[in-house]
Design a protein around this ligand. Structure first.
Ligand code: EPU
Length: 427
């Protein structure tokens, strides 16, 4: 297994380009199952998760090829309708094939994902949504079987909590339903908007993009189209926090600063300066004795659906708050077990207490964090440990970095380009 060795204490300087968003690429790849033909997706990040999704499409009968950042998918002939346990257990987002398979062929069999490192994460909202469209679902030997006679009907789907992949699954299922589907309390994440744009390019009729009420007027058929994956706002945010924690001045290109309203606000409060254009941003720490160093002011955050503070940046922001000048309360409201990084950060000297869904982070100032061997437990927790390692004094070894490779394209190379002393070695 590979490990990362990080020699901390070096501020970051330079420019890196942000990749396409993992959480937009996954539903857009799944959406190519909706219509036969040759689909073209641009700006597709080459990640463990996107490779898993493409492998799943192959199992279902689609063919694909990658040329640089462009992936062409031919879904003319589908030969299967099952997402096997082996794939779903490595990537829960495999459930995104349910909606398109139901719409295209009226049947899908997908392994029910189990719990994961960050919470139970059921898919009951997805299934309830399909049922509103006339789909019958049942659980059979660990698999969800969903079937509909003929075309799905329209209906009204209300989400108790605005589920991102739930909204995406119902959008894809309803695009070719007979009649109108209204999704209430829909997720407003930019990745959902990216999927709406792709479905519209394929011939779907959808109103309400970016709002919590989506109206889908079912059409008879969809066609293959060309789409572009939006920039990864979580990757962008991770590098922004890394710069605030390690110090320095970095520019991120090919990103969408407007997709990070909550993080931007919090980083400004912490003392970082942020300059933006439509598709780039520069984060810089105040200059002290010729070095750009941030002594972050502690600030509270509460994770919320978009445009609130993203749960996918909570762990990374906590690493920054460990360096703070006071106490920060970090309230995680989306997932019930997303504090796995806390025990690892404490090994580096962090002072954190967990009280239910809140973590109380007492800042230790920037000079007291020390490198240590730590273990990655999930994707974003791993990124948090990398950030802590960059800010700490001495060496940090992060093991189990396969988690990182699920969602960060070329992180080691990008960090090295910013001057970080990071290298990947075999354990
Ligand atoms: N929920 C249910 N039932 C459902 C669906 C969701 O109870 O049927 C609950 C979840 O347990 C959670 C809340 O609703 O408490 C919101 O979960 P959501 O469904 O929005 O999460 P998701 O769609 O499974 C996506 C991202 C996650 C990200 C969350 C929240 C993808 C592929 N994944 O997951 O990304 O954390 O939205 O923003 O889009 C990551 O990239 O590291 C990651 C975990």
């Amino acid at each position: 297994m590979d490990q990362l060795i990080i020699e901390g204490g070096t501020p970051l300087y330079g420019t890196v380009a942000i990749s396409g968003a993992k959480n937009a690429a996954l539903p857009l790849i799944a959406a190519t199952l909706l219509a036969p033909g040759l689909h073209t997706l641009h700006n597709v990040p080459d990640l463990r998760d996107t490779r898993t999704m493409l492998k799943l499409l192959e199992i279902l009968g689609a063919r694909w090829e990658r040329q640089g950042k462009t992936v062409r998918i031919n879904s003319d002939r589908l030969t299967g309708a099952e997402a096997p346990y082996d794939l779903v257990k490595t990537m829960r987002a495999s459930v995104l094939v349910l909606g398109p398979l139901l719409a295209r062929s009226g049947f899908a069999r997908v392994s029910l994902p189990g719990g994961c490192a960050i919470g139970a994460r059921p898919i009951n909202f997805h299934l309830k949504g399909f049922e509103k469209l006339g789909v019958a679902t049942r659980l059979e030997q660990g698999y969800v079987e969903a079937a509909v006679e003929g075309r799905m009907g329209g209906g009204t789907v209300y989400f108790d909590i605005p589920s991102v992949t739930g909204t995406e699954n119902v959008l894809m299922a309803s695009a070719m339903a007979q009649g109108e589907t209204v999704i209430k309390n829909a997720a407003k994440e930019p990745e959902v908007g990216n999927l709406v744009d792709m479905l519209v390019a394929m011939g779907a009729e959808i109103e309400g993009k970016g709002t919590d009420r989506l109206v889908v007027h079912g059409v008879d058929r969809l066609h293959a189209a060309e789409s572009t994956i939006i920039p990864d706002r979580i990757e962008t945010g991770t590098y922004m926090i890394a710069a605030a924690a390690a110090g320095g001045r970095i520019t991120l290109t090919d990103c969408t600063p407007a997709h990070l309203p909550a993080l931007t606000e919090k980083l400004l409060f912490c003392g970082a300066a942020i300059e933006t254009t439509d598709d780039s941003l520069t984060v810089s720490c105040p200059e002290i004795d010729g070095r750009n160093i941030c002594h972050p002011c502690s600030v509270d955050i509460t994770t919320l659906p978009y445009p609130g503070f993203p749960t996918d940046l909570q762990a990374q922001f906590m690493a920054l708050m460990v360096l703070g000048n006071g106490t920060s309360i970090i309230h995680e409201t989306i997932f019930e077990n997303r504090f796995m990084h806390v025990a690892e950060l404490k090994r580096m000297g962090a002072n954190i207490t967990i009280e239910g869904s809140r973590a109380v982070v007492r800042g230790i100032g920037r000079d007291k964090l020390s490198g240590a061997p730590v273990m990655a437990t999930d994707l974003r927790a791993s990124a948090s440990l990398v950030i802590a390692g960059l800010a700490a004094s001495g060496a940090t070894t992060v093991s189990r970095i396969y988690h990182l490779e699920r969602g960060y394209e070329n992180m080691v190379e990008k960090m090295q380009a910013l001057g970080a002393k990071v290298k990947k070695v075999r354990e």
